[in-house]
Design a protein around this ligand. Structure first.
Ligand code: APR
Length: 323
C-alpha cells in the first residue's frame, strides 16, 4: 500500500502524537526525524507495531539526524513536512524566551528541507510559532503559501471546549476561532462565536465570556503549570492532524493559522511580509485563501497590538539572522 509521505522533524511529545494520529487514520506513511540517538527509530517502530490493532497499513520510519544534516536525505519527496523540533516551554518561561534557541533549531531543519524536499508543504509548530514559521519561510521561501504555522486550530479548539463546558452543550455545536499571534495577546474572536447559530453574546454574560477568553489565552500556560516539565501535546497533535488531513484530502477546511500577509491582504491587516494567525482555507496547495476579517474599532486595537508584538520578534530574528 502506498500512502502520501509526511515527515515530522522532532519526534518528541507533539511529533509522536501527530505521527500516531496519521498512522491510525491511515492518512500517510510517516517519517520521523530527531537528534536524540534512536528516539525517532524506536518510537516509529513501536507505533508501527501497534498498527495491526488499528487495522492500518501505514508505515512508520525513524531517523537520527546529525549536526551536519546526516540522514536528512530521507525527507525527499515528502508531501508535507511538520517541524516540531525545538525546546518546549518550562513553567515560568514565556514563548518568547525560547526565541533564539529555537531559531537555531528551526533554521537547521529548514535548511535541510530546502536541500532535500523544497516542494513540500510545511507546517511549523515549534514555539514561538508565528516567528518560527517566519524563520522557516526565510530559509525555504520564496513560495509563501506552502508554509504555514499551527496555532489557531489549537487555540480555537480550547475556546470551543470552554464555551461548550460553560453552557453544557456539545462541542460540535460551538463555532469559534482565535486570530492573531499564538501568544498571550491572541484574540478569541467573540463576535463570530456561535452555538448552534446563536451568537455567544446572547447566551452568556460579559463576565462569563471574559473568563473564557482569559482561560483560552492562557490555555497553553495552564497546561504547562500542571505538567511542569513539558507543554501540551494531545490537543496540538490532533490540531496538526486536522490541517494535514485537509491538505492531503484537499478538503478545503477553514481554520485559523499563521499565513504570510502581503499585498492587498497585508494592507487590510496592516501587516507586510510576515505571518500572523488569520482565517484561511487549506487544501492540496497549502494556504489557498486568506479571509479578510472586518474589524470593529475595539477589535482593530487588539489586532494591532498582537500584530505589533509579532513584528517586534520578526525584527529580532532578522537582526539575529542578519537579513
Ligand atoms: N533536530 C531535530 N530534532 C530536534 C532538534 C534538532 N536540531 N532539536 C531538538 N529536537 C527534538 C528533541 O530531541 C525533541 O525530541 O525536538 C523534540 C521536541 O520534543 P519535546 O521536547 O517533547 O517538545 P514537544 O512537547 O513535542 O513540543 C515541540 O512544539 O508546541 C511546541 O512549544 C512546543 O516548541 C515546542 C514544540
Amino acid at each position: 500500500m502506498s500512502l502520501p509521505k509526511v515527515s515530522v522533524i522532532g519526534a518528541g511529545q507533539v511529533g509522536s502524537m501527530v505521527a500516531e494520529h496519521l498512522a491510525i487514520k491511515e492518512l500517510a506513511d510517516v517519517y520521523l526525524f530527531d537528534v536524540v540517538d534512536g528516539a525517532a527509530k524506536g518510537k516509529s517502530l513501536d507505533m508501527m507495531e501497534a498498527m495491526p490493532h488499528w487495522k492500518s497499513d501505514s508505515t512508520l520510519e525513524g531517523y537520527t539526524v546529525g549536526p551536519n544534516g546526516e540522514n536528512y536525505e530521507n525527507l525527499k519527496e515528502s508531501k508535507i513536512i511538520v517541524i516540531t523540533a525545538g525546546l518546549a516551554r518550562k513553567p515560568g518561561m514565556s514563548r518568547d524566551d525560547l526565541l533564539y534557541k529555537n531559531v537555531d533549531i528551526v533554521k537547521s531543519a529548514a535548511e535541510n528541507v530546502k536541500k532535500y524536499s523544497p516542494n513540500s508543504i510545511i507546517i511549523v509548530v515549534t514555539n514561538p510559532m508565528d516567528i518560527m514559521t517566519y524563520t522557516a519561510y526565510r530559509i525555504i521561501g520564496p513560495e509563501k503559501y506552502r508554509i504555514m504555522g499551527m496555532g489557531g486550530t489549537l487555540d480555537s479548539g480550547r475556546f470551543r471546549t470552554f464555551v461548550a463546558k460553560e453552557l453544557g452543550v456539545s462541542v460540535d455545536d460551538v463555532t469559534a476561532f482565535v486570530v492573531g499571534g499564538h501568544g498571550d495577546d491572541m484574540i478569541p474572536f467573540v463576535r463570530y462565536c456561535s452555538v448552534g447559530g446563536i451568537p455567544l453574546t446572547e447566551l452568556l454574560s460579559k463576565e462569563k465570556i471574559d473568563a473564557i477568553l482569559a482561560r483560552t489565552r492562557n490555555g497553553g500556560g495552564e497546561i504547562v503549570s500542571y505538567l511542569k516539565t513539558g507543554s501540551a501535546y494531545f490537543a496540538p497533535g490532533i490540531s496538526i492532524t486536522v490541517m494535514i488531513e485537509s491538505i492531503l484530502k484537499d478538503k478545503k477546511r477553514v481554520v485559523t493559522a499563521p499565513a504570510f500577509l502581503t499585498g492587498d491582504t497585508g494592507k487590510h491587516y496592516g501587516v507586510e511580509g510576515f505571518f500572523v494567525g488569520v482565517p484561511v482555507k487549506i487544501g492540496k496547495n497549502g494556504v489557498e485563501e486568506i479571509y479578510k476579517l472586518s474589524f470593529q474599532p475595539e477589535e482593530r486595537k487588539l489586532w494591532d497590538i498582537t500584530a505589533a508584538h509579532v513584528k517586534e520578534s520578526v525584527e529580532k530574528v532578522n537582526a539575529y539572522l542578519h537579513i
